[in-house]
Design a protein around this ligand. Structure first.
Ligand code: ADP
Ligand code: ZN
Length: 527
């Protein structure tokens, strides 16, 4: 009868305890593992640190055959395999760094059923005779890690991931599991389609991080020295605690690490320009020291599991809300209180967009990435509780206010600035998208020096004289963050241009409202 059936998760729990030393499954791990043990397809969306790996590792170990894990990051793969081996799990990886003898040994083990987990990269999977050889062995499961890479709606699209959809035909009857830490609803649908997981059960864990206190600050100026100084202040206020400072460039990371060291902080620079061995040494130091501060580019972080990181500071903002959530999520993995402070400025969004221009990619992908950058900046410069804004973006429509972010603790007064936004956009347009912000503000205020007839004759001339200079500057920054205006560098003489035509039109028509937080500087504006 049903009653006498053993708990299908009993041996899974036993494995979790014996191999990993964890007392219980947490979050959605148990139902995900149960689904995979039953041989069904799964898409699991769990936040960073949510424990995605055991979700496919345990079913791979318990089902007969080898669990094939497709992972895009060789470094991560190496670490995972090494850790599994030390825990007594029969795991191996096949990548370009593995020699011929080792390869034949791995295949022999796989054929004999002596291997639990086999890690491969997506390129490796489709190279040579890999697929043919895999067909000769018994597969327990196919896991696709970092599955958002398959989607051009994701923040980290990798064209070679697209081909993984073919696995559905190549290995019919082998259950597949896609896992990712970040997927908005659109990306999620795309993953299901591209990987042919139409019948998969989808598990989405909450992205709430209740122990994280988030805040963001507009940079006072575009000056690097000022930003560095602010970072030094922020880090000094947190002296004695371990943290990560993210920088947008290798130079920036080196410079800021030096400046922090000069201020007496045990800072360590880290970026992809360093030799692998050197990076290893620096990472080991960071992990070993209680109060070390890693000053790094995004090369740092993937697979780093330091539970007591107390703060993450972005000296330069990340590229998307997905990246933001992943990076701030490196703080407080032990569940104890942790903070994240993001510094951002108009030059940063210009930089983000410009960097996309310089990269070889499909135009459609570029536009998705540009929109993701704008959505990030709109959140940073917005007035909605930060975790709530991010979780809604991830599809958690019922996310509550966190109560502890800067915007919850000290809610800024909000103001409907749609009319001013219309005036500013119209001014940029009438001026022919040829001038920088100073000149546009002068035009709105009707105080352009030696104004010529053509300009004084425009309907937008002086149309904003009732609003204070600093409030105009503030609003123009906000329009840049929302992507309604774009700042074109124009060889060092930046000019303002209109953003996405559809979005600008919606503001003109009043269908899209522009709301700004009244910050101290803008609050001084006369009414
Ligand atoms: P992710 O890949 O989702 O970021 P990992 O699989 O690397 O997360 O797991 C993050 C950490 O959580 C690891 O140290 C892991 O051992 C730990 N962990 C996983 N499952 C559990 C559990 N059920 N109980 C306690 N710790 C767990
Ligand atoms: Zn909040």
């Amino acid at each position: 009868s049903f009653d006498s059936q053993p708990d299908p998760l009993a041996s899974a729990r036993e494995t979790l305890r014996r191999v990993w030393g964890h007392g219980e499954f947490r979050g959605l791990q148990a139902p995900i593992v149960a689904e995979a043990l039953a041989g069904r397809d799964v898409l699991a969306v769990l936040p960073t640190g949510g424990g995605k790996s055991v979700c496919y590792q345990i079913p791979s170990m318990l089902r007969s055959g080898v669990g094939l894990v497709v992972s895009p990051l060789i470094a991560l793969m190496t670490d995972q395999v090494e850790a599994l081996r030390q825990q007594g799990v029969a795991a191996a990886r096949l990548d370009s760094g593995v020699g011929l003898d080792e390869r034949s040994r791995i295949w022999a083990m796989a054929r004999e059923g002596a291997l639990d987990l086999l890690y491969v990269s997506p390129e490796g999977l489709f190279a040579g005779a890999m697929l043919e050889r895999l067909k000769e062995i018994d597969l327990a499961l196919i896991a696709i890690d970092e599955a958002h890479c398959v989607s051009q709606w994701g923040h980290d699209f990798r064209p070679d991931y697209r081909a993984l959809g073919r696995l559905a035909d190549q290995f019919p009857g082998v259950p597949r599991m896609a896992v990712t830490a970040t997927a908005d609803p659109r990306t999620r649908d795309d993953i299901l389609q591209a990987l042919r997981l139409e019948n998969a059960r989808v598990f989405v864990d909450s992205f709430a991080r209740p122990n994280l206190q988030l805040s963001a600050e507009r940079k006072a100026t575009a000056s690097r020295a000022r930003t560095d100084q602010r970072v030094i202040e922020l880090v000094s206020e947190r002296r004695g605690r371990s943290g990560v400072v993210y920088c947008g460039s290798r130079d920036g990371a080196e410079r800021l690490a030096e400046a922090l060291k000069a201020a007496g902080v045990p800072a360590i620079a880290y970026h992809a320009g360093m030799e692998a061995a050197e990076r290893e040494r620096r990472l080991a130091r960071f992990l070993a020291e209680d109060a070390a501060v890693m000053v790094a580019t995004i090369a740092f972080g993937m697979g780093v599991d330091k539970p007591d990181v107390r703060f993450v500071i972005h000296a330069d903002p990340p590229s998307s809300l997905e990246a933001y959530w992943q990076e701030v999520g490196r703080a407080g993995r032990d569940g104890e209180p942790a903070e994240a402070v993001t510094l951002y400025g108009p030059s940063d969004i210009a930089w983000s967009l410009r960097r996309l221009e310089g990269r070889p990619m499909d135009e459609a992908v570029r536009q998705v990435q540009a929109r993701k950058a704008r959505q990030l900046f709109a959140m940073l410069d917005g007035a909605t509780c930060r975790p709530q804004a991010v979780r809604r973006y991830f599809g958690e429509t019922d996310a509550d206010r966190c109560g502890v972010c800067d915007l919850c603790l000290d809610p800024p007064a909000r103001r409907d600035a749609t009319v001013e936004a219309q005036k500013a956009l119209a001014a940029v347009q009438r001026l022919g998208e040829r001038f920088g912000r100073g000149r546009v503000v002068d035009h709105l205020l009707g105080r352009t020096k030696d104004v010529q007839d053509w300009e004084a004759g425009l309907s937008t001339w002086g149309v904003g004289a009732n609003v204070d200079l600093s409030a105009w500057r503030d609003l123009i920054d906000h329009l840049l963050f929302e992507g309604l205006l774009v700042e074109d560098p124009n060889d060092g003489r930046p000019v303002l241009r209109l953003g996405e035509p559809d979005e600008v039109r919606a503001v003109y028509r009043g269908e899209r409202r522009v709301e700004t937080a009244l910050r101290p500087v803008a609050a001084q504006a006369p009414v």
